[in-house]
Design a protein around this ligand. Structure first.
Ligand code: AMP
Length: 441
């Protein structure tokens, strides 16, 4: 069959068989973040485009080349024309919400997270690089102490440990200075790179005077060659930033979180200041292999018109985490599809099955059945496939006798009971209908 419609380039479908991976990650993030006192924040998938232009930065690839922008033409007379963009990251929307909901007058720091949602970047698709992908996101807004940076990194590291990945990963860390020392750092970098600027790629030649930090981030080998001779960032940052960075590292040592100092880790977005960090596979630190990255952004809220508010955040790349989980054969919890499977044989039993399904689902059980399969054998097979724990069977005889057979699918035992007693019988067998309790039997 020749397909008339196909997926847009750089996107993918998540099929039911892959849902356990997604749920595992989102549940893990939620559990850890709630445990650390973070609140879940859901923001729109699109925002005023300026939020990202100002924050992520005009000179970054994300804004210059990769934004999915839309124009509203003022369709309704009470609206002015506005330029929106599908979010290329979470942080901008989180900071907008922080100000819009007056969170700056809440006790600080305000701790927010999102367990995972779509992000859009119109880049060139390749392995591990999509145009629509998903990130989980963590933000700690309103405190700049090294302890806050260390605690945020601890939370991130514990999430990757809960996912079973910590032994394969390394935490890379750097400090890129503050508002005060960054202009001096940029000046120094320009003077270092200027003599060999014609050897840079065309993008970096353009960036040299607007944002030389971006050159350090460039993946082109000819630019990396030049970058490798540059002075290390820790030697360029001011004394205050260096002391702050040393304190962060000391806390990480205290927590026994191992890290690699990466003097060239500057991250791809403009708003970062001071601590930057990224998670990589120990054996693979190439182009698209980062499994998550973050850092502090002390001036972003002020840039959006709020008070000077230091903050630190992190975004994890869910597709790349799933790839790693699969590559390392890590077993993720299965999603139970049904607790009870309704099996019916004969026309009369169909009507009875309808009532039982309705009553049991009303009572909170996960109940399934196989429509279009009429034999006992084919329906039992279907029940096994969804890993149902119990089957309720109504054949011709049970239909007449007003009984049902309750079959334990794991122990191969069964019992015939009165139809009107099904709910009471199940409530004894599955005393608490909460998932965790059901899963125990
Ligand atoms: P960033 O927001 O650029 O700091 O990225 C954070 C994480 O998101 C990265 O470490 C990747 O794991 C993931 N990521 C970034 N861009 C993409 C993309 N185009 N496709 C898939 N994952 C991505």
């Amino acid at each position: 069959m020749k397909l008339k419609y196909k997926l847009p380039r750089g996107t993918y479908d998540i099929l039911p068989k892959d849902q356990p991976y997604w749920q595992f990650i989102k549940n893990t993030v939620t559990k850890r973040c709630l445990g650390f006192g973070y609140g879940e924040l859901e923001t729109p998938i699109y925002e005023n485009a300026e939020i990202f232009q100002k924050g992520v930065g005009e000179s970054t690839d994300v804004v210059q080349k990769e934004m999915f922008e839309t124009h509203r033409m003022g369709l309704f007379e009470d609206e002015k024309e506005e330029k929106y963009a599908l979010r290329p990251e979470f942080t901008g929307g989180f900071c907008r919400a922080y100000l819009e909901h007056g969170m700056h007058i809440w006790p600080q720091p305000v701790k927010l997270f999102h367990p995972g949602g779509p992000i859009f970047r119109y880049g060139r698709p390749q392995k591990g690089r999509f145009r629509q992908f998903q990130q989980f996101n963590i933000e700690t807004i309103g405190n700049e102490e090294p302890l806050t940076h260390a605690l945020t990194i601890l939370l991130v590291w514990q999430i990757y440990s809960d996912l079973g990945l910590d032994k394969y990963l390394t935490l890379q860390i750097n400090s890129i200075g503050c508002k005060k020392c960054q202009p001096k750092i940029k000046k120094r970098l320009i003077s270092e790179i200027e003599p060999c600027q014609d050897k840079l790629c065309s993008d970096c030649q353009r960036r040299l005077y607007t944002n030389p930090l971006r050159i350090i981030d460039c993946k082109e080998s000819r630019c990396q060659k030049i970058v490798s001779d540059l002075p290390h960032m820790v030697d360029l940052i001011c004394t205050e930033c260096r002391k702050h960075f040393m304190d962060v590292l000391e806390y990480l040592d205290e927590l026994k979180i191992t890290y690699d100092l990466n003097p060239f880790l500057v991250r791809g977005l403009d708003y970062y200041t001071r601590t930057t960090f990224e998670i990589y596979d120990k054996k693979d630190r190439g182009g698209q292999s980062s499994l998550g990255g973050g850092g502090s952004y002390d001036n972003l809220i002020e840039l959006y018109g709020g008070p000077l508010t230091p903050a630190i955040g992190f975004a994890g790349g869910i597709e790349r985490i799933i790839d790693k989980i699969k590559e390392k054969n890590i077993i993720v919890p299965e999603i139970a599809q049904a607790d009870i499977f309704m099996i019916h044989i004969g026309a009369r039993a169909k009507k009875i099955a309808l009532h039982i399904i309705s009553d049991l689902s009303e009572a909170g059980y996960r109940i399934s059945c196989a429509v279009g399969k009429d034999t006992l054998k084919s329906q039992l097979k279907a029940a096994n496939k969804v890993k149902a724990k119990l089957a309720i069977i109504v054949g011709q005889r049970e239909a007449l006798d007003k009984t049902v057979i309750v079959k334990n699918m794991f122990e191969v035992t069964q019992e015939t009971i009165e139809r009107k007693e099904v709910l009471e019988y199940l409530s004894k067998l599955l005393p608490n209908k909460k998932e965790s309790e059901i899963d125990k039997i």
